[in-house]
Every structure is written in C-alpha cells, then in structure tokens.
Design a protein around this ligand. Structure first.
Ligand code: UDP
Length: 646
C-alpha cells in the first residue's frame, strides 16, 4: 500500500519525510487504482537502468545495466528528472518522457480555429505529462477589426484565462499540468498581458513571461519612445502604438516586485545564442519556452531533462582537504549525454505507443486526426534535432562543501570552470556518438559556423570543433539548468544553481482538510490548506557532522544562529547573498549553457522596486537569457523563512 511504500522509503531516505512523500506520491510506479509496484527508489533506478541498457545495446560500446544503475542509484550522480523518471519502463501509463514542449501554429493565423487548436494541443500534451509553452504574439491586438459578428477583437488577454483554465483541468498523478504563456514586448497588448495576473485568482494556471528585445532595453535606458507593432516586428504593420519604454518597464518591475511575475526573457540574447535557430529555415525558429524557462523551443519540439548532482563530485566535503573531482565529473558528463540520447530512443517507443493508442480509440476520425497530427509533428522534430537537456543540481552545496562562499568572486569563477567542463565534455560525447550512431538529421556545420556558442567551443577546444565539423554531432542543443524542484528534494541538495534557501526553514505542504489526521496551519488566499514543518537543510547537517556537532540535539534558536554563522552557508543563502553578484554569476555560466537557465532571485520582503529594476537591467547587460524575482511573502509559496514562525 501507499503507507508501506512510504515507510520503506522513509527508511531509504533516513527519515527525510519530504523526500519520501515526494517520491511515493509523484514518482513510484503505480497503476490507475493507486497500487504501488516499487518499494523504494532502488526499484525505480533498476527499472530505468534496465531500459536505458536495452537501448545502449543497439549501439557500439554499450554501457552495461550495472554501470547505469551505479550512475543513477541514490540520486547520487545522474538523475533523470520528472517525466523520464516516472515514465521510463512504465507500462501503466501511456505518456511521453518529455519534460518540456512548445507548440504554436506555424501560419501566424489568429483565427478562432487556430486559437482553439492550440488549446486542444496543450491539453493533449499535458495529459501525456509534459510541461507546455506557447506564445501569444500572433493574436491581433484589442480593438482591431474582425470580419465577424464581433466587429472588433478582444485582444490576447482573455485567451490567457482560457489556456490557464485548461491547464488546471489536467492532473498528472500528483503533479499538475504546467504552462508558460509568453508575448513579445513589441505586441501592442503586451501591457494587458503583463497585468493579467495582478487581479487575484486570474490566470493562476500559467506562468507568464514577456519577451524583451534589445531595442526596448535601450529605449528604457535612454528614456525614449518604442514602437509596438502588429504583426510584431513587421515592416508593414497593420497596427502600431508608440509608447514610452520606461513606463511599461516600470510596470513590469512593479508587477514582478509585487507578485513575482511576469518573468523576463531577453529574447535577442536567446535568439542570437541559439544553435537551433541556425536551422530556422528548417522549422527550428524558437518561439517560446517551457514552463520554467530553461528550454527555449520551436513549435512541436520537445526536451527531456537529466540533472548531474554536483555535490557528489566533492571529495572530503566541508573539510580543508575538500576537492572537486574533475576527472570523474568529465566522465559522467559524457555518460549523461549518452543516456539522454538513449532516452530519445525510448521516447520514440513512447510516441509510437501513443499513436497506437490513438488508432485504437473508439473516437471519430476527425478528432483522432488532430491528436495524431500533433504527435507526428513532435516525432518528426524530435528525430530531426535529437535535442537533450543535460543539466545540474546542487551548485550551492557544491560550493559550500568546497568552502567557497556563494556569490563571491572565487565561487563564481569556480562555477564557470565547472560549467565549461560540463559543456566541453557533453559536446565531446555528442560528437563521439555522431561517429557511432550518426549525427542529428539536419546537422550542417556550415549553418552553425557563426553561432556565438559554437565559436566559444571552438576557441576553448579547437580539436573538438574540427571533429564536430568532420563527424557531426548527435544532438542539436544539449545543455540547460532546470529548477530541479522535486529532483533536489530527493537528492537532498540545493536546487539548480540556486544558493541554499535557508539552512533551517519552515516548509508548507498542501493538504486536503477533509482527510483525517491532517493539520491545517495555514489557509491561502484561494482557500487551499497547508501544513507547516521545520526542516534542516540536509548538507547543513553534513557540515555539522563533519565538524563534530551532534545532529540529534535540540538546538535553541540562538544556538542554530551560532551554528549557521560558523558554517560556509553563512551569508550565502538566497536571502542574504549579493544579488547583483548572483546575476553576474548567471551571466557568466550562461556562456557555457546552450539552452537557458531557470533562475529565481529571492529577495527579502523589504526589497525595493529599484532593486528589481537594477537586477533586471544587470541581467540583460551580463548576457542572461531570462530571470525572475521572488520577493519574500509576495505570494503564498511552499517555503517560509524561519523568522515567520515567531
Ligand atoms: N514540469 C512540469 N510540471 C511540474 C514540474 C515541472 O511540467 O509540476 C516541467 C516544466 O517544463 C519545468 C521542467 O519540468 O520547466 C523542469 O522542472 P523541475 O526542474 O522543477 O523538475 P523536477 O525537479 O520537479 O523534475
């Protein structure tokens, strides 16, 4: 039963209740009656290893099942995230292994038909487990003429609510569908878009991000006018609107300060740096991102994610002898890239199963047709590019374990070295795979030769570049840094490239108030009930143990504070690091990540709008592709600072 699995898993995680609950409710293999077929994550890792090994055997120099198991066991080195973790070898669900999708109509038609088609495609994908993003910039602005009974159009804002509601309808076994809606700042309705979530209870099922171009940023800095257009960026627009860039900018900053949205996508940076956009003529033009922003995608492309746990490469953590094992890391980065490529083959089998299911459905042909077409488009794009999402988690713990203070220059320099190493190893692995397995279908060295990311690789490793030109590459784009929200709970580390939230904090868990034995500590503004409990960050405890502090003792608040001050997490938490230096770190790391980086800058409740303004401008200047801020208390989140309990 659920309870037995939970108890065994609690033992596996050495009493970490949150990790156990997350694994049992979201990732353990179960059927639609709720029967659980895996006792602990070991069973899950066995299931994944056996499937990945089956694919490896198709190709030269295969990794064995035992080798793969050792890489993924205990979330120690390589962690297939979310969809691959649940989906690989899972025959109870007919689902995709993709964490991320983007859709969009290639025709730029904004007829009701195409708007509804996106709605349908969105739910079809969500019900197969992926997060979905799409861009609304193609919808004509409010007040423009239409030749139907309405006479004028409503603009794009009302459609946000529609897509948001569709998202809320789709459940994903313990998870909910996740949606990204984006719009270009060049669109005349972008201000409505930016304000759409201000009213409480509106568009709660979507993340929203505004795509900002360099021209707009320059207009902000010089306090000048900016022309919005429809169709966006058109030379012969049907509709134009002249605005003061600074006025809209202030609204973006205000809303982000007030309610954490909209997020920002620096679109010119994304496109300029994107390798897939070198293949725009073949349908690889990036239009939006997945829900958390780390994977910019073209319509009907998808991406699967793996995270490498950086903490595990630190030998003698938290001691004077602490050292990062670069050799092991390089080797594993190459394996992670191979496993990602194997997972694409597994995904092909899943898509075939979805297509077979559609054929068997007692549904009429017209309806089947839309769904079938959707999956066929995704299948085609996946094979054309074989895109992968190799990322990391535990950057913050890695730095602390090496006695580097997050946000310091030494820490930032070290992080860049790690991400550069990762990029070069993953690209090397993809080139080796091209020799053994063939390059991605549309590979063309000529098309990519001026891409800034490719040029950076070339400068760092000329022989890698020459081999790439000669043999090709297996994957169109390889790297990312995802939020690793639930991944990091199970690896018991800091998430993504984030610093530790707090070494000691309170956490909220959504509960059903009608269940018996639940404690409701908090009811949020939409009426959901939450339970709260105190958590010690896992590797803060490791630090305590290494330094001879008793972790079973009950420490007073003052004692806890004293411990924190002695630890390498002091002044290195999301609430007290130097945020501008964090943005600089993100920009520097971005140079070695070909997709994007999901980042939330956590700032204290009393932080000003001016700080948000500075952080955003800095992010643009240092080459970040996107950024979001979260001001403590601006939304009812799951993490609560320890002070709130007093
Ligand atoms: N995602 C999703 N639903 C969720 C959480 C994540 O669709 O509830 C997708 C989404 O595209 C997101 C990506 O998975 O950007 C990665 O999220 P995260 O790194 O937090 O994944 P996790 O660690 O939970 O697997």
């Amino acid at each position: 039963t659920n309870q037995q699995a939970y108890e065994e898993t609690l033992h596996y995680f050495k009493g970490d209740d949150l990790a156990a609950r997350v694994w049992v409710t979201k990732y353990a293999l179960k059927d639609s009656d709720g029967n659980i077929y895996e006792k602990t994550p070991d069973d899950m890792h066995q299931r994944i290893a056996s499937e990945v090994a089956r694919i490896e055997k198709k190709y030269p120099n295969p990794l064995s099942e035992a080798e793969i198991f050792d890489l993924i066991k205990d979330f120690k080195y390589i962690i297939p995230q979310g969809s691959p973790m649940t989906g690989i070898g899972n025959n109870f669900q007919i689902a995709s292994l993709s964490n991320c999708f983007v859709i969009g109509n290639g025709t730029n038609s904004d007829s009701y038909g195409s708007i509804m088609k996106i709605d349908e495609e969105q739910v079809q994908l969500m019900k197969r487990r992926g997060g979905v993003g799409h861009d609304l910039s193609y919808i004509r602005p409010k007040g423009s003429a239409v030749k139907n009974s309405a006479l004028t159009s409503t603009g794009l804002a009302p459609f946000m609510e529609r897509y948001s509601n569709s998202t809320r309808e789709v459940a994903q076994d313990g998870r909910r569908g996740a949606l990204m809606l984006s719009v270009s700042i060049n669109h005349p309705d972008s201000e409505d878009f930016i304000n759409a979530k201000l009213e409480q209870g509106k568009v709660t099922g979507a993340n929203i991000s505004v795509k900002i171009d360099d021209k707009f940023m320059k207009a902000v800095k010089t306090n000048s006018e900016y022309q919005q257009k429809y169709p966006i960026y058109s030379k012969n627009p049907k509709y134009t609107k002249t605005i003061f860039a600074d006025e809209i900018w202030k609204k973006i900053v205000h809303n982000a300060w007030k309610s954490a949205e909209p997020g920002i996508l620096f679109w010119d940076t994304i496109i300029r740096e994107s390798i897939p956009d070198c293949y725009a003529d073949l349908g690889f033009e990036t239009v939006s991102t997945n829900p958390c922003g780390e994977i910019p995608l073209c319509p009907y492309d998808s991406c699967r994610l793996i995270a490498i746990n950086l903490y595990s490469y630190v030998e003698n953590p938290f001691t004077k002898e602490a050292k990062f094992n670069f050799e092991l890391f390089k080797k594993h980065a190459a394996y992670a890239q191979r496993m990602m490529d194997d997972i694409i083959d597994l995904e092909m089998e899943k898509i075939d199963a979805i297509l077979a299911k559609i054929e068997k459905d007692p549904e009429n042909e017209e309806i089947k047709h839309t769904e079938r077409q959707l999956w066929e488009k995704i299948r085609k794009k996946t094979l054309q590019g074989r895109r992968t999402g190799v990322g990391i988690t535990a950057e913050g713990d890695m730095l602390a374990a090496l006695n580097l203070r997050y946000g310091s220059k030494e820490a930032n320099d070290f992080s860049v070295e790690v991400h550069k190493t990762l990029a070069l190893s993953a690209y090397r692995s993809s080139v080796e795979m091209a020799k053994e397995r063939g390059a991605f279908e549309v590979f063309d060295a000529e098309k990519e030769k001026n891409n800034p990311f490719i040029l950076r690789l070339k400068e760092a490793d000329e022989s890698l570049y020459q081999d790439m030109v000669k043999y090709g590459r297996r994957n169109i784009a390889l790297l990312t840094i995802a939020p690793t929200g639930s991944t990091s709970l199970m690896s018991q580390t800091t998430s993504g490239i984030e610093p530790v939230f707090l070494p000691v904090y309170k956490r909220r868990r959504k509960v059903n108030p009608n269940d018996k034995d639940v404690r409701v500590d908090f009811v949020d503004e939409v009426g959901d009930s939450w339970e709260e409990y105190i958590v010690f960050h896992h590797h803060f405890k490791t630090w305590m143990q290494v330094n001879g502090y008793d972790i079973s003792k009950n420490y007073s608040n003052e004692e806890v504070q004293d411990l924190i001050e002695k630890s390498p997490y002091y002044k290195a938490t999301s609430n007290d690091i130097d945020w501008l230096s964090k943005v600089e770190m993100q920009g520097a790391i971005q140079k070695w990540v070909d997709h994007s980086i999901s980042v939330t800058i956590n700032i204290p409740n009393e932080a000003t709008e001016e700080l948000v303004n500075q952080l955003y401008i800095k992010a643009w200047e240092v080459g970040c592709k996107g950024v979001t801020v979260y001001r403590d208390g601006s939304r009812s989140g799951v993490l609560v600072s320890a002070d709130d309990k007093k």
